[in-house]
Design a binder for this molecule. Structure first.
Ligand code: XIL
Length: 397
């Protein structure tokens, strides 16, 4: 009854507008999803499409296009570097909050959700910390206290402003490491033992009861042999299962999604199956750092289209595989690209033997590439029954 009344009012209103404007703008211009941003299209599914943000590029007045696209195209942002320990505390005890604060304020002004990156990682640690441990002036016990303090201080500062925190990053080795049997690797495991992982989640939870707390890693897009000794995805799955069984407040697993077109990679159904299996543990999932790089052969560098085209096409296909899998699994809350333009990608600086690049969804002149268009069409063409709204877990206490 009530509904009927409302719809009658609606009809009267529409009729009035129609009489006032002989040709209503909306009638002549039908909704065209291709003009919408990735962020807007993602939100139709409850999915946050985001990007990593370089604060240097964001503040570069001679590069206004960068800032414009960060704010117009994405629903979520991650700080590419300014929330890492070396940036936040370059000198012991003296926090440099400026750039991270600016980043969080920028996101708020643009109504973007924030992925906090990163609380515990073996890279980009301040020199005072690593050298102090190396020369014995920082004891193991003190190191544990320093970590607890760092997590507490940083999470506290941004409490209520962070949607998802990457609490622990890249804790697991790769098959090419020594020993090749998968294990907990790096500075923190070596100095504190693997128990630091559970500690880190508990400390982060104590400081922020509402943020979703993530474990984040690369090369976990799909399951392999199923043997945790050589299957990194299985290792991370077993780790997550055991943390959950111990009551550790881990709410999500982030799959970075750094892919290369020279590798075999995965099909959509394999990636979907992996996300589903993780969801079965009660955790959220997300793609957190997606990029798909290619080798910059002499031909590519010389502009040979026969070498460039297959790479751009393969890159687009891989971006799309991860997007479709994410859309298909309701626990997959966000899809973040690790930089959106080849002008500012970390890839050429990191993968130089052989040189690699072409890893993002816009070229160096901010022209959208096929990868961008494919992500857009994935978002446009998705819908029920296979693609349903997201379901987020409650932060675990
Ligand atoms: C990279 C940044 O993009 C670079 O600018 C920086 O020099 C090194 O780190 N996995 C991660 C990210 O979790 O933090 C890394 O970011 C890329 C790999």
């Amino acid at each position: 009854m009530k509904l009927r009344q409302w719809s009658t009012v609606g009809l009267v209103a529409v009729a009035t507008i129609a009489t006032l404007n002989t040709v209503p703008a909306t009638a002549s211009r039908p909704y065209d999803p291709t003009t919408q941003s990735l962020g807007t299209l993602g939100l139709r599914h409850g999915l946050h499409v985001g990007t990593a943000v370089s604060m240097d590029a964001l503040n570069d007045a001679s590069d206004p296009q960068y800032r414009k696209l960060v704010s117009s195209e994405f629903a979520s942002v991650t700080a590419e570097n300014v929330m890492k320990w070396e940036s936040l505390e370059p000198t012991r005890g003296a926090y440099n909050w400026g750039p991270a604060d600016q980043f969080v304020d920028f996101a708020k002004r643009n109504r973007q959700s924030v992925r906090g990156h990163v609380l515990v990682w073996h890279n980009q640690l301040p020199a005072w910390l690593t050298s102090g441990v190396a020369d014995g002036s920082i004891s193991k016990q003190e190191l544990r206290e320093l970590l607890r303090n760092h997590i507490t201080t940083v999470v506290n500062r941004y409490k209520g402003k962070i949607w998802q925190w990457d609490v622990v990053n890249e804790a697991v080795s790769d098959p090419w490491d020594t020993p090749s049997t998968l294990h907990y690797k790096g500075f923190w495991a070596q100095n504190l033992g693997p128990g630091y992982i559970a500690d880190a989640f508990r400390w982060a939870r104590a400081a922020d009861p509402k943020a979703l707390l993530f474990y984040n890693d690369y090369n976990i897009e799909a399951f392999g042999s199923g043997n945790p000794a050589d299957d990194k995805t299985q290792f991370v799955y077993d780790m997550t299962k055991s943390l959950r069984a111990q009551g550790v407040p881990i709410d999500g697993v982030g799959s970075q999604g750094h892919l290369g077109t020279q590798y075999g990679n995965f099909d959509t159904l394999q990636v979907t199956a992996a996300l589903k299996k993780f969801s079965g543990l009660g955790v959220a999932t997300a793609f957190t750092e997606v990029d798909v790089r290619s080798q910059l052969t002499e031909g590519v560098q010389a502009g040979n289209s026969e070498e460039i085209n297959p790479r751009l096409q393969a890159s687009a296909a891989n971006f799309s595989v991860l997007m479709k899998a994410c859309l298909a699994v309701r626990s997959c809350l966000s899809y973040t690209v690790w930089g959106f333009s080849d002008k500012h990608s970390w890839v050429p600086g990191w993968f130089d033997d052989p040189p690699e690049g072409l890893a993002t969804i816009y070229d160096e002149n901010y022209q959208p590439k096929r990868a961008y268009q494919e992500l857009k069409s994935d978002l446009i063409f998705a819908g029920p029954p296979y693609v349903l709204p997201r379901i987020a877990p409650k932060p675990r206490r």
